[in-house]
Design a protein around this ligand. Structure first.
Ligand SMILES: O=C(O)/C=C/C(=O)CC(=O)CC(=O)O
Ligand code: CA
Ligand code: MG
Length: 417
């Protein structure tokens, strides 16, 4: 697929993350104006509240963009999603008759602050990266063998919607309990093993009925779009608390998402199949679709007080074993109702070599192998003031579908009174 040309000149560059092919959905604020829905095009944002007010966008009988989140559009369903995308491409395409009317509603991206693009209704995190699961087994349990259920079930746990924040939000180092292996008693204090997890977040756009299972193909159609997701993880807190019920406080202090929802429609040309199944899946998990996407991903670190950012690893979403649609099907199969605004973390994305690992736990092999950043500092886990960035893009012929960086800086832990 090639670049679709827009009259917004900056959208035609091979380097922009936001060409006409993309049109990702966010929420922006500018001085003196309440936050509103916006669509990124090149280095501009189309003000959706103003576009609807001006009659340029008409999706439903009621206004859809009088609220600062995209959930109302999601709830209208896939037909409305397609109608909106077609209309936006018409308004922004080279030669559009409405150019001057739309031009007046563009805001420079550089002047805007970006907010949460949706109200997250619930958040579930999975464990679908095979290399990551093997690495975690090797590090924590002395063997890369997968858990007995891993090749049969997309393993997950229920997280906290309240912990999901937009890129740019600082995260306090969490306080919590941990216990050194040789210590008799646990201790309480700031986490000493603070980590990231490179993930994709799938956003569910339509609900499934309570009590009603769905197929993988149905689940695929329910997914509105994707974001980059950093599942910040406190490895010491997690290690002490997580058996037998799974992650809890070690994962509940913050999960960052990139500010733009890249729609499934924009990613359609980049679909790719899940890898060959080592064990045949049970029939309810079968599907006819290619559920993954070819999205190049990168983890970057900027240490406290430095201007130099180091690339730590590069991998690809197509490395995953289970797709978001398979995870969503499995989630609903017993009758759990899924809702617009549900966020599904893919699980940590790691490729086969150290340069493709999606967490510092793996890059530093649980702290046993410190790594050196450009500028000379070394790290095993994250120190106060360090900034972590996730970046991602699907690469087409002369264009790319970018996500906007997912950034977070770690602040010192909160002082207890
Ligand atoms: O294997 C373990 O003991 C721990 C695994 C994780 O922490 C991974 C996790 O949160 C799920 C994922 O992101 O893949
Ligand atoms: Ca995770
Ligand atoms: Mg989390």
């Amino acid at each position: 697929m090639t670049l679709m040309k827009s009259w917004v000149e900056s959208a035609n560059s091979a380097n922009t993350p936001f060409p006409l092919n993309n049109l990702p959905y966010g929420v922006f604020a500018i001085d003196g104006v309440e936050p509103r829905c916006g669509v990124a095009i090149g280095d501009m944002i189309l003000d959706m509240y103003a576009a609807e007010e001006a009659g340029l966008i008409e999706i439903a009988d009621q206004p859809v963009f009088d609220v600062p989140y995209w959930n109302d559009l999601m709830e209208l369903g896939p037909e409305a999603w397609a109608t909106l995308r077609t209309r936006l491409q018409q308004l922004l395409a080279e030669g559009a008759s409405e150019q001057s009317a739309v031009e007046a509603l563009l805001v420079p991206l550089a002047d805007a602050s970006l907010e949460m693009p949706l109200v997250v209704s619930e958040y579930t995190d999975f464990y679908a990266g095979r290399q990551h699961a093997a690495n975690m087994g090797a590090i924590l349990r002395g063997s890369p063998d997968l858990p007995a259920n891993w090749l049969h079930i997309p393993i997950g746990y229920n997280g906290r919607a309240s912990s999901v924040v937009v890129s740019g939000t600082d995260i306090h180092r969490p306080l919590g309990q941990s216990k050194a292996p040789d210590a008799e008693m646990p201790s309480f204090g700031p986490s000493k093993r603070l980590d990231i997890e490179l993930e994709m977040g799938a956003i569910v756009g339509t609900s499934s009925e309570f009590g009603q299972p769905i197929t993988v193909d149905e689940a695929d159609k329910m997914i509105f779009g994707y974001v980059l997701l950093n599942d910040w993880s406190a490895r010491d807190i997690q290690g002490w608390e997580y058996q037998p019920l799974g992650p809890f406080q070690g994962k509940a202090f913050g999960t960052s998402i990139s500010p733009w929802i890249v729609t499934s429609a924009a990613l359609e040309p980049f679909r790719t199949a899940t890898p060959p199944r080592e064990k045949e899946l049970l029939p309810y998990l079968n599907s006819t679709i290619d559920g993954l996407y070819d999205i190049e991903l990168e983890v970057l670190m900027k240490p406290n007080g430095s201007d130099t950012t180091t690339s730590l690893s590069k991998t690809n979403y197509s490395r995953m074993y289970y797709s978001a649609a398979e995870q969503l099907c499995h989630h609903a199969i017993g009758g759990c109702g899924m809702n617009a605004g549900d966020l599904l973390g893919s699980g940590t994305i790691s490729g086969p070599t150290k340069t493709e690992y999606g967490s510092l736990m793996e890059v530093s092999w649980a702290g046993r192998e410190p790594f050196t950043l450009e500028g000379g500092e070394t790290r095993t886990f994250i120190e106060d003031g360090d900034t972590m960035t996730l970046r991602g893009a699907a690469k087409g012929d002369g264009f790319q579908i970018g996500f906007g960086d997912c950034v977070g800086t770690i602040l010192p832990s909160v002082k207890l009174p």
